[in-house]
Design a protein around this ligand. Sequence first.
Ligand code: URA
Length: 429
Amino acid sequence: MRIYDIIAKKRDSGELTREEISFFVKGCTSGEIPDYQTSALLMAIYLNGMTDRETSDLTSEMAKSGDTADMSAIEGLTVDKHSTGGVGDKTTLIVVPIVAALGGKVAKMSGRGLGHTGGTVDKLESIPGFRTELSPKEFFDNVNALGAAMIGQSGNLAPADKKLYALRDVTATVSCIPLIASSIMSKKLASGSDCIVLDVKVGSGAFMKSLDDAKQLARQMVNIGNACGRKVSAVLTNMDIPLGFAVGNSLEVIEAVKVLKGEQKGDLYDVCIELAANMFALTSGKSLDECRELAKGSVENGSAFRKLKEIVNAQSGDVKVLDDTDLFAKAKYSFNITADESGYISRLDSEKIGISSVVLGAGRETKGEKIDHSAGIILNKKTGDLVNKGDVLATLYTNNQDKLCNAEKIFLSAVEFSDEKPNKEPLIY
Ligand code: URA
């Protein structure tokens, strides 16, 4: 078998056999297939798609490309959550402590930023000292003792995804249903949680721009998980507007802390309550309504914020920055973007806002690039807000002054105005 022939077959819209998919996954994981051929096949898949059978074969091959975690060391049912990726999506930092505070067991494995979207591991690493790599024993011990641990895609778990994820990130091959479904579900299957909640994002800042595509992706992932004996639910949420106000790693941790301290309600809080309720409902068997109330209660009584501090402390993070978020390292340069006309904001293209934050240094433009944890954007206005000419729309933060001009241009191209107030779209579909 030759990778050249597999690429040519997919280029010509052929259906790959299980053997061909297995050959590809093994070869790219071992390094025998060079990155340029892997990237060529990724682009052919992106352009020509995969059947459900190919997607499920790709997922299984990726899931068994490395170790599989044995969660039996954790007492009780474990629950994991995964987002398909969004802009300003810091929900993991909020829902994990909520569910753990309620008594759930959250064994959370997260990713880094992908394309224009942020990743939880990058956000966690903006907390000084925080270790996103734990030994399996530490990971299990922390979940047993505290109810949660948050780590990166550790060791040799689904290494095929690690490889493909990093290449997709820089070859414009992310927003593709079979590649997203196999990427997420291979990790979730290898990481062994009993219950999985998928946050499938829809809209301009998501990889799925339409509700129909998001439903298709959600169904495919739920079916793959159920076929492997996992309890899976998917929540479809709006990503036409960035979630919350902060985009960028430490800026998002600061916002997550505000929500957990009960200081910020609104879209981010609402989505987090829904996700946490779904997670706790899957593991506890309680009704969704009851779980929503419990989740809100954990924010109100402070137990969720205390739990975040326990998790951070157990992973060597400096909890002082959570008690006083002014202690987070600040970007050297900040710049206010102002409105050059008056009217309602009728659209904020979240993908462009994500790209603007990547340009500022909050994400990667080349594989393995170091990111600037303090870079990013704080939105001052969002879709539906009435603004006057000269009002501050957003503030940009960076340590590289040369990036400001381009980032501003991209940000401004994301904003549209109208004379009439736009209709409000659903937050949770
Ligand atoms: N998150 C993942 O883990 N993989 C994707 O492809 C998209 C979002």
